[in-house]
Write a protein that binds this ligand. Structure first.
Ligand SMILES: NC(=O)C1=CN([C@@H]2O[C@H](COP(=O)(O)OP(=O)(O)OC[C@H]3O[C@@H](n4cnc5c(N)ncnc54)[C@H](O)[C@@H]3O)[C@@H](O)[C@H]2O)C=CC1
Ligand SMILES: O=C([O-])CC(=O)C(=O)O
Length: 354
């Protein structure tokens, strides 16, 4: 039998080795000795692309979320370092790291929620669609893993172009026979976060008091803020409407240009992703009236996918709300949004079904 002193030393070396990352049998055994696992109430969440610009702050914020009991951090690079770092935070969630394709299935097994910020970001001059070539294949591989290992998980898809990656994910799940449209949500929360911020600036309000529905999709003119439905009720001049709509639509580009080649929005995106993931978890827990905007399979328009307000529940997006009354400016914007969206959706579908 191991002496108490040796046991303590092996506990310490397990943490230095680098903690909780699936590096092999021995470190897993050490981990088993030094972690009181199981029993903690909460949800199991995986982040795929956890070592990236979004992934790292997202992992940190998820580790702070009391609804999370287990946090799996998967990436093709640097997962051990990020995991060691995050695992030292004295919050409840147990953190485990997974590095590279051979560990994808273990990263996904048993997860309730999978958040995907894996893939390349834009540089100045690029559109989100320019990312399709690389990110489409990444999303396909990750979704094949989800279909196999956690087919009932809620999926929050962040990787761009969201207007195409969500249809890609849907096709992968259909092929695998696991598709449940309620569980697949494209994350458009950053558009709402930006809209709340910019509208609050114009109105001279605290952004936390403002709620702006943003519908359509997540690229350029497909991002359609419904300023006529802002809460608290208010009105805008046509100059304000024009300024706000363009600024919200170009919010991503504003950050890409300011970062000048060093990537796109990461910190505000991590904030938005956690806000959305937390809403999904509260829905899973059975909380009432959890409503957020997301890009989902939809019959609100003639398009197969569309972002609108959805009610999140135990099985995902349980109710999809209609667009509501729109003014003339918004109706014209909707026509433009749908024109672009249909091509992006078809591009995603045919990437898998061709
Ligand atoms: N939906 C939205 O509102 C937003 C979406 N995005 C998108 O999120 C994605 C990630 O952006 P960043 O974090 O800034 O990029 P990043 O390049 O900093 O991080 C991406 C991470 O994904 C990892 N990765 C690459 N291939 C992978 C694979 N096969 N499996 C797992 N991980 C893999 C990389 O190793 C890297 O750590 C981009 O596509 C970006 O356009 C960014 C901001 C907002
Ligand atoms: O603009 C980009 O490439 C990243 C993104 O989706 C956003 O910030 O909204």
């Amino acid at each position: 039998m191991q002496s108490e002193a040796n046991f303590r030393i092996s506990r310490i070396s397990a943490h230095l080795n680098p903690s909780n990352v699936e590096m092999g049998e021995n470190s897993m055994l050490e981990q088993a000795k030094c972690r009181a696992k199981g029993g903690a109430p909460g949800f199991k969440v995986a982040i795929l692309g956890a070592a990236g610009g979004i992934g790292q702050p997202l992992a940190m914020l998820m580790k702070m979320n009391p609804l999370v009991s287990v946090l799996h951090l998967y990436d093709v690079v640097n997962a051990p370092g990020v995991t060691a770092d995050i695992s030292h935070m004295d919050t409840g969630a147990v953190v485990r790291g997974f590095l590279g394709q051979p560990q994808l299935e273990n990263a996904l097994a048993g997860m309730d929620l999978v958040v995907i910020p894996a893939g390349v970001p834009r540089k100045p001059g690029m559109t989100r669609d320019d990312l399709f070539k690389i990110n489409a294949g990444i999303v396909r591989t990750l979704c094949q893993g989800i279909a196999k290992c956690c087919p009932n998980a809620i999926v929050n898809l962040i990787s761009n172009p969201v207007n195409s990656t969500v249809p890609i994910a849907a096709e992968v799940f259909k092929k695998a026979g696991t598709y449940d449209p309620k569980r697949l949500l494209g994350v458009t929360m950053l558009d709402v976060v930006r809209a709340n911020t910019f509208v609050a600036e114009v109105l001279g309000l605290d952004p936390r008091e403002v709620s702006v529905p943003v519908v359509g999709g997540h690229a350029g003119v497909t991002i359609l803020p419904l300023l006529s439905q802002v809460k608290p009720p208010c009105s805008f001049t046509s100059e304000e409407t024009e300024y706000l709509t363009k600024r919200i639509q170009d919010g991503g580009t504003e950050v890409v240009q300011a970062k000048a080649g060093a990537g796109s929005a990461t910190l505000s995106m991590a904030y938005a992703a956690v806000k959305f993931a937390d809403a999904c978890l509260r829905g899973l827990r059975g909380d009432a009236n959890i409503v957020e905007c997301a890009f989902v399979a939809s019959q609100v328009t003639e398009l197969p996918f569309f972002a609108t307000r959805v009610r999140l529940g135990r099985t995902g997006a349980e109710e999809i709300f209609q667009l509501g009354p729109m003014n003339e400016y918004e109706r014209a914007g909707l026509v433009e949004a749908k024109k672009e969206l249909i091509g992006s959706i078809e591009k995603g579908v045919s990437f898998i079904s061709k």
